[in-house]
Design a protein around this ligand. Sequence first.
Ligand SMILES: [Zn+2]
Length: 436
Amino acid sequence: MNRDITQMLISKLSGLTLSTDTGKFLADKSYGFDTMFFACRFIQRFRFGDVYKKLELQEKSNAYIKDLFCLRTASQIQNYFTEAVALLVFCGVLRKTSKRGVYEIIDDELLDFISSSFENAYIFQYMLCYCVFVHDGIWDKYKEFCKAQTLAHKQGIYLQIREIFIEKDNRVIDPTRKWANFVPKYPMVVLNYANHQNMISRTTIVQTRDVKIEDISLNTEGTRANMDLPKKNAYLHDFSDSYVTETLRPYLITPASKYDTISYSDSFSIDVADTKLDMLDDDGRTSDMKEKILKGKYKISARGVQTRTVQGEFRSALFVKTPHKCPVCGFDFKNLLIASHIKPYSKCEDTYDAMNPNNGLLMCPICDKLFEHANYITIDYKTGNVIYDTNIEDEKSLQYLHDCTVSYDYIDGERRHYLKWHNETFYEKHSHMTKE
Ligand SMILES: [Zn+2]
């Protein structure tokens, strides 16, 4: 089956060369496998028959990219989509029409393939680089690069590859321009990931370390407003090396260890993209849909992908991440534990917040109700102390809340960020109480 995938890609991509003058080969946004996956999924969702109206959908695609890539400023946002579309034109997935900003979708199979998983988006990019390199006579040079034993030797071969790019790449009109220097960096980094080869910097220096998954994914680090927490997207941990390696094996230069079983799960990446796409859907369903997701009743169905419940995914992620008992009272009958969002779905700023198991706790039905919307209780993000509304102090059945402290396991790392929000909301609602 994997043989069929690479054969399909070769049959579609083998005519391409650096001098193909429709669209653009890999650039500094489109070489990210996540950029291509997210862009293709967006196009699939908002296509109009066989037409994609890029200009008309610009506001929507900007909002999508801004959210998924955790961008703050507007300046870069457009590039992600523009470069992804330019690459799709290069590969013959899209074709420009006479109308400005309107594209015809001419290769559904390839578009489906790229948008079906992050791994496939990477496999597509690897095979694209392979085809272009073979066509332009660079593949043998690339083999030499991989087999070279010293860094100095690799550097020398890389510079020879750069010369070929400068001569053949239709984008390089003036080779003295600084950016002309690093056009070969992008395909080399893509190929180097699966071949366990070295990272190449924008200053075209072959570095000592190998290309990591973070280097070929553009959405890895973001910033958080309140606390200095690193934002690593969970889909990087789900990326299946076994699937990628076994699919690409005949085209790898560096021998890779044999995987006996291929483990492969696409649920997180697809849920992240589709949850956001649903939120962007324009027909007035947005708030209603959020409500349904909150209640766990909404099911997402996507092209060629099995149906799943967002709330269900969130709950199973929590079961993996946290102990199976209510942190407040210790209730541990699994079937009745509820996946409570700390910051409710309706208040989440972005998809990352909504899907993040660190934005959740498994609670018993009673504590869930008390904790919901910070109505009666909150958990101090620094100490783990349960803080309750003084108005319920005398309630007999709630005495267990007095002097109750949640174990540190529940308030570590990123969860503190969400609990801090919950604390602030609690004090806003209970203005008769003062923060100690
Ligand atoms: Zn409880």
